[in-house]
Design a protein. Structure first.
Length: 273
């Protein structure tokens, strides 16, 4: 896809991977919609910075786990732009709980994580596809889901998080089948991403966990948000014959045998972009 003058909605884009993706698309001339749930200040700061790149930038608050909120957001995008060409499902939440600590995984934990990471992504795709199928040009439209290497290997911040990302990968393939040929649906699967989310979630363990990853990863470093953004944009702007694909962005972690890189802290944290 040629993204110049197209319209992209990136959920959870006030910071991290979402913000980096919005910036990269804007640099290519794409108008962007910044979505957030809690981080209003960061979202508006991102919009100001991205708007300086010469594209239209809109900020919309919406909880992706709420289907009415999602429908309202997508209708607003269509009202403002008359179209929607790209959706990046990036909004996510987690709780940091050791895999062995099964007693601390509650029904609320499952509902919250699956509701945002999996069902929320479906709600966004469902609403966006309705507009895409009516408004996208013959070149088609794109949906990219931000999954995780935790959806492929038994790793990550918690079992519910890992399962939500595994299900998101399968949802990607199901949507690719359902929305073909006009809408292509793909996913990226990042590994350890350096940034505020993991710094806060891992707390004092952050540096030791990061060092353990870097010591064993074949490419010697963890991801930056910009690395994942480049992978997302490559799926959007690359071959029009790629759909239902999952692109790992994990510094070679998947070529190793499954390794418990570091003990996860017992601290519990919930975060939504």
């Amino acid at each position: 896809m040629e993204v110049r003058d197209k319209v992209a909605l990136i959920t959870g884009s006030s910071r991290g991977v979402g913000r980096a993706t919005a910036e990269l698309l804007a640099k290519k001339g794409c108008h962007v919609v910044i979505n957030y749930r809690q981080s209003a200040k960061e979202a508006h700061e991102a919009a100001v910075q991205i708007g300086q790149l010469g594209v239209e930038t809109v900020v919309i608050r919406a909880d992706v786990s709420d289907p009415q909120d999602v429908q309202r957001m997508v209708r607003h995008v269509e009202k403002l732009f008359g179209r929607l060409d790209i959706l990046v499902n990036n909004a996510a939440t987690t709780r940091f709980v050791r895999f062995s600590d099964l007693g601390r995984i509650t029904p609320e934990c499952w509902r919250e994580i699956l509701g945002t990471n999996l069902v929320g992504a479906f709600y966004c795709a469902q609403a966006a596809a309705e507009v895409m199928l009516r408004t996208a040009d013959p070149q088609g439209a794109e949906i990219v889901n931000v999954a995780s290497v935790a959806g492929i290997l038994p790793t990550g911040s918690s079992i519910p998080y890992a399962c939500s990302k595994a299900a998101l990968i399968h949802l990607t393939r199901c949507l690719a089948r359902a929305l073909a040929p006009k809408v292509r649906v793909n996913a990226v699967a990042p590994g350890f991403i350096e940034g505020q989310w993991l710094r806060q979630g891992l707390g004092r363990h952050y540096e030791s966990v990061k060092a353990a990853f870097e010591e064993q990863l074949p490419l010697d470093r963890v991801c930056q948000p910009e690395d994942v953004a480049q992978a997302i944009v490559s799926l959007i702007t690359g071959s029009d014959l790629v759909t239902g694909a999952v692109l790992p962005v994990e510094s070679g972690m998947l070529v190793l045998d499954p390794i418990n890189f570091a003990s996860r802290p017992r601290r519990v944290r919930t975060e939504s972009s």
